[in-house]
Design a protein around this ligand. Structure first.
Ligand code: SAM
Length: 320
């Protein structure tokens, strides 16, 4: 099946030349490349990327269509990718890794493979842990059914881990780029100015605290799959809707593990500037590339399943 697209024009974003990469498709800001990311990342020069933002296949029992790794093999499989990621990152670059937790087979106990992976990334590969963040996803299914809905001995899992790693202890970051609207309480406080007071813990709040009104509140390290925010920013979360609709029309598989636009949006704004290069080596439906394009960053997306990459073009149709 041929997918009609207005993409594939010759762009001057400089990304083809960067790693002599052959684009599967190309936009004004980025290139999507079909193939194995371990092989393809080797073509990229050292210190050429500002942010690697990705969600690799997780080690799950219930293997997804694209072949998840067994937990025991997982760390061994992941580390060569991580070494390449570290090599291509600039010294002030970040590696943001979304990784899901899981249960041990046949037991109501949790695996600790994602913690082991984190330790290996820091102790064996040499990354620094800038901050551990969480993706709050209330839409997750109450799984495994055996423990959550049948025996009722565990509660619903609603977060995924997002390890924010960096090449040096001081990655480029600016939390003023991700400020949130002040709460009504904070607006009231800013208006009437806080009174000088001592908190029970001994911390003294001074009158000058009033100067913290800098246009928004500093967000927490919990990123919500916030449809309302997406709606405000992207207009009715149109990108995801269009993607699933167009996949159905074209008879192409909808990617089973897409992350919400809010996740790459948060980290790309926090950690990069205009024209910086963002790389997703496990791109899937290319949510990362789509968000990077909207934010005026350059992007490289690598995915080894042609059908996913073909369908991911739909995300860019309204951006032409
Ligand atoms: C969890 S999904 C990523 C989903 C993506 N974040 C999104 O929003 O659509 C992981 C993807 O990695 C791809 N993948 C696995 N191994 C790969 C490899 N060696 N090179 C490139 N892609 C790979 C899989 O085909 C799958 O689509």
């Amino acid at each position: 099946m041929t997918v009609q697209t207005k993409l594939n024009f010759k762009s001057d974003n400089g990304l083809r030349a960067l790693g002599n990469l052959r684009p599967f498709y190309e936009t004004a800001g980025g290139i999507a490349v079909l193939g194995d990311s371990l092989e393809l990342m080797r073509k990229l020069p050292a210190a050429s990327v500002s942010l690697v933002l990705t969600s690799p296949p997780y080690a799950l029992h219930f293997k997804k269509a694209y072949g998840n790794k067994d937990k025991h093999e997982y760390i061994e499989w992941m580390l060569p990718f991580a070494r390449e990621i570290k090599r291509v990152l600039k010294d002030d670059g970040s590696f943001v890794l979304n990784i899901g937790g899981s249960y041990n087979k046949g037991s109501p106990t949790r695996s600790i493979y994602h913690f082991k992976l984190l330790i290996a990334l820091v102790e064996e590969v040499g990354f620094h842990l800038a901050q551990e963040c969480f993706w709050y996803n209330p839409a997750k299914m109450p799984m495994p059914a055996e423990w959550v809905t049948v025996r009722r001995v565990r509660v619903k899992d609603s977060v995924e881990y997002v390890w924010w790693l960096s090449k040096t202890p001081h990655p480029k970051a600016d939390n003023r780029k991700v400020l949130r609207a002040y709460s009504p309480d904070m607006i009231r406080l800013n208006k009437r100015k806080p009174r000088e007071t001592t908190r029970p813990g001994g911390y003294i709040i001074k009158e000058s605290f009033a100067d913290v009104d800098t246009g928004g509140s500093i967000p927490p390290n919990v990123i919500e799959d916030d449809a309302a925010e997406d709606m405000l920013r992207f207009g009715n979360n149109a990108a995801n809707d269009r993607y699933t609709l167009r996949c159905k029309q074209a008879g192409l598989k909808i990617h089973p593990a897409r992350f919400p636009a809010a996740l790459p949006d948060f980290f790309i704004r926090l950690l990069t500037q205009h024209d910086d290069v963002v790389l997703d080596p496990f791109a899937g439906s290319n949510t990362t590339g789509m968000v990077a394009e909207r934010l005026g960053r350059r992007w490289i997306a690598i995915e080894r399943e042609e059908e996913y990459l073909r369908a991911s073009k739909f995300r860019f149709e309204d951006l032409d």
